[in-house]
Design a protein around this ligand. Structure first.
Ligand SMILES: Cc1cc2nc3c(=O)[nH]c(=O)nc-3n(C[C@H](O)[C@H](O)[C@H](O)COP(=O)(O)O)c2cc1C
Length: 250
């Protein structure tokens, strides 16, 4: 990766090398994008045009980060690279014992507590219900899980790696980056699914894409155009009511 000089990162005009705002009439509001975005788990095969890809990734660069360090290192796969990684991760996913996240994955083993646990179960029930997968059908559940590694047939995926130090501030920055990217995509009609599952075999992704070993994989996002006919995409998991979620102090 090219080492940037200070003049690369802080141009003379104090804003950016690229243009922050173009035009004045947004196609959709931020509220529309926040409420409209949902996780999509069935995609059409059509690729997103290269120009649109570059536009949304440029937009996501505007995500905030602590001291503006921008610790995210997104690696986007399309075409043959996407196919190859889909097959490699799908093969690895068949041996769940070999999962080896770069981060502590306690929650993956059902360690959520209280309301978080209730919400996890409710979301899983809706999702598996829509797919016709019974709670105790372990084979069908495993098959559904494997769809993650196949990027739900999306024509693209992005793997979000993070630079050292691997601390909580940086992880927060990368989470904010991920949502900024997903909203930018949603505005352009590009659907997404954030997936912790795509971080289960970081060494495979690092090796195949030539990612430095000191960069750690936080999550992947499958993306492309939504298959609106797929029932799985009609699942709505809802959110906690405001008065249960937020404490207002004065
Ligand atoms: C960090 C993160 C990791 C996620 N991992 C997965 C995953 O591995 N597989 C999956 O199908 N969905 C995954 N999701 C999607 C969540 O299940 C989804 O965002 C949540 O249920 C809310 O639904 P919505 O995105 O449709 O609003 C993940 C979301 C986030 C933010």
């Amino acid at each position: 990766m090219k080492q940037l000089s200070e003049s690369d990162t802080l141009p003379a005009n104090g804003t950016s090398n690229s243009v922050k705002m173009q035009g004045s009439k947004p196609m959709t509001t931020v509220s529309d994008a926040i409420r409209g975005r949902h996780s999509v788990r069935a995609f059409l095969p059509n690729e997103v045009p290269e120009a649109a890809l570059r536009e949304v990734f440029e937009l996501a660069q505007w995500a905030p980060s602590n001291c503006n360090v921008q610790p995210w290192f997104p690696h986007v796969v399309s075409g043959p690279r996407c196919e190859a990684l889909r097959h490699k991760l799908s093969a690895a996913g068949r041996v769940p014992e070999n999962m080896q996240f770069d981060w502590p994955a306690d929650g993956n083993h059902g360690d959520h507590e209280g309301n978080q646990k209730l919400r996890q179960h409710a979301a899983a029930a809706r999702l598996y219900g829509a797919m016709g997968v019974a709670r105790h059908d372990l084979v069908a559940r495993q098959d559904a899980m494997l769809r993650n590694y196949a990027f739900f047939d999306a024509p693209h995926a992005v793997f979000i790696f993070m630079a050292r130090p691997f601390d909580w501030r940086g992880i927060t920055d990368c989470g904010i980056y991920a949502q900024t990217l997903m909203l930018a995509m949603w505005e352009k009609g590009i659907a997404t699914c954030a997936q912790g599952a795509l971080a289960a075999h970081p060494h495979i992704v690092r090796e195949y894409l030539g990612v430095p070993k000191e960069h750690r994989l936080l999550l992947g996002i499958s993306f492309g155009y939504e298959d609106k006919a797929a029932i799985v995409n009609s699942v709505e998991v809802g959110r906690e009511q405001l008065h249960h979620a937020v404490q207002f102090h004065r």
